[in-house]
Design a protein around this ligand. Sequence first.
Ligand code: IVH
Length: 670
Amino acid sequence: MKKPDEKIIKRVKELRDKINYHNYLYYVLDNPEISDAEYDRLFDELLNLEKQYPELITPDSPTQRVGAPPLEEFKTVRHAIPMLSLNKANTEAEFLDFHRRVKELSGLSDREINYVVEPKFDGLAVELLYQEGILTIGSTRGDGITGEDVTLNLRTIKSIPLKLMTDNPPSIIEVRGEVIMNKDDFEKLNRERLQHGEQLFANPRNAAAGSVRQLDPNITAKRPLRMFAYGTGRVEGIQLRNQWECIHYLKDVGFRISEYVKLCYSSEDVIAYYEEISSIRDDLPYEIDGIVIKVNDFEIQHRLGELSRSPRWAIAWKFPPQQETTKIRDIIVSVGRTGALTPVAVLDPVRVGGVEVSRATLHNEDEIIKKDIRIGDTVIIQRAGDVIPEVVKVITSKRTGNEKIFRMPDTCPICGSKVERPPGEAIHRCTGMDCPARIKESLAHFVSKGAMEVDGLGKKYLEQMVDKGLIKDPADIYFLKKEDLMKLDRMGDKLAENLLSAIEKSKKPSLTNLIYALGIRNVGYHLAGVLAKTFGSIENLAKQEIEDLLSVHEIGPVVAESIYNFFRNPRNINILNKLRQGGVVLPREEITTGERPLEGKTFVLTGALDSFTRDEARRLIEEKGGRVSSSVSKKTDYVVVGKDPGSKYNKALQLGITILNEDQFKELIK
Ligand code: IVH
């Protein structure tokens, strides 16, 4: 075997330091400085040298994260200091009770007690033992006294340093934290599992826990896990005086800590923090289920002491749960604008995350089959933010045998036309062109913002108009007379006149708005703008062949076909003619060189703007050629920040992305 010379030894060390550093930038700070390819080159060079000179391999080398063989079973590890659990508060009053007890027991006043607060991560608690700065044992919390030795698995998690980033490590430090999986990584993992016919994980926490407690570390290595450090166990060789110092020490030596840790100087501060985190909860990439509040000073912590399983110096203030258990009374089917049939569960009403829920979408037939959802089932439902509630899973142990299997209907529940499921699609569609449900939905779309923008013509009126036979298609709106409108419930003279003048005003749409209003399948507002700019008029767009449409940068085969088919359907041509007859001006636009000063720019919106809704702001940006994305990344050009911004704002600050307040945004789009 060759002996490595000084140069090689030096290079190996250099490579390790570099790789560790870039790992840290990528996995801990989310802010890489080199490309994946460059990283791979460094990694391969190190692998190569270690292959030539195996004696240079050290356990803390970044090459040694993976490759360990599967275990028969986990050994157990006794925690030097028990990993306690937390008492819970569900309300502000319960938090204030805790605060009062802390004051009483410590004999301190309000102003003398500071708290460190941070999100409560919904994952799996682990402990990492570092001896002389090197990771030697990693374990799960287990029952708090003993856990499982999952060292080999935890070593595969890149945000866990194998070696502390300090030249002067303590002789012993046990780092505690939570292993989590991000929401989008969880979705992706479940999609892959579905494809492979594997059991799905119920939520990101189960996915994280299941991945850490794998006997084969090579499987764990493939799972996108992360760790947030939030405290320590045994520490020897350094003095940490309080939680704030502790958490920042962990950050300094290479751990990922929450970007939301905060030092609070009063109970009011804590309450404000709870509100703040509640409001951004849904924007976070990972799940949290509350906040954790810890007395900052370790000496005071010590004075307060512990009960049998939980400390008196900390509490978890939980958010109202976003999942609840309820029963499916019935499954009904709703029909959308494109004729898509969506099965909807009718539920025994329950409060979820502060909102009463009585319906949940079941998406489509495949979803019902996959989750084996039956009428009468007891289910877990979930809502997050503004998203429509959905059924997470069935609690099969609650089945009585009286549950009924649901089948998608063969005929439309609204108009009785035949229902079809086109090959390769998951969606059933009503084939009836005159289906009132389709007509109502497409009318609502036709008059909406960004489309024909008929102010005041709400869904309630449109439904009545269809039911009373006043209109059958969007163009009929332009033939309505005052006496027609007077036939509607809750309609008065003045209101009817206002509506007529709003209809009149809508007769001069921009080409983009008109194309969008037509409701061509797969053509949203952005694409409508592209079509307007590329083809200049409805007449010109209508005559394009599939190949012509495909030559447009943003159009693929599916979209090309739906545009092509739309204009080959006599019914749609008839509507266009009727619109013209009804006085709508079919506009022409300059081809290609419209004012698109924001071409190629990506925006992210966060917080509430005073002058526009989200949709309006999006439309303004798209009109000028820009794009709106839902998450901040290095590719984002601008983050527009309104009132009460979410975590996207912090992310933008971190990544150094240009931030616009409302006035600056208005200036830009002027
Ligand atoms: S501190 C004695 N901080 O909550 C207090 N725990 O019920 C030690 N958890 O199993 C815990 N996020 O896994 C702390 N920011 C956080 C946390 C957190 C989640 C979990 C932890 C533990 C449970 C305690």
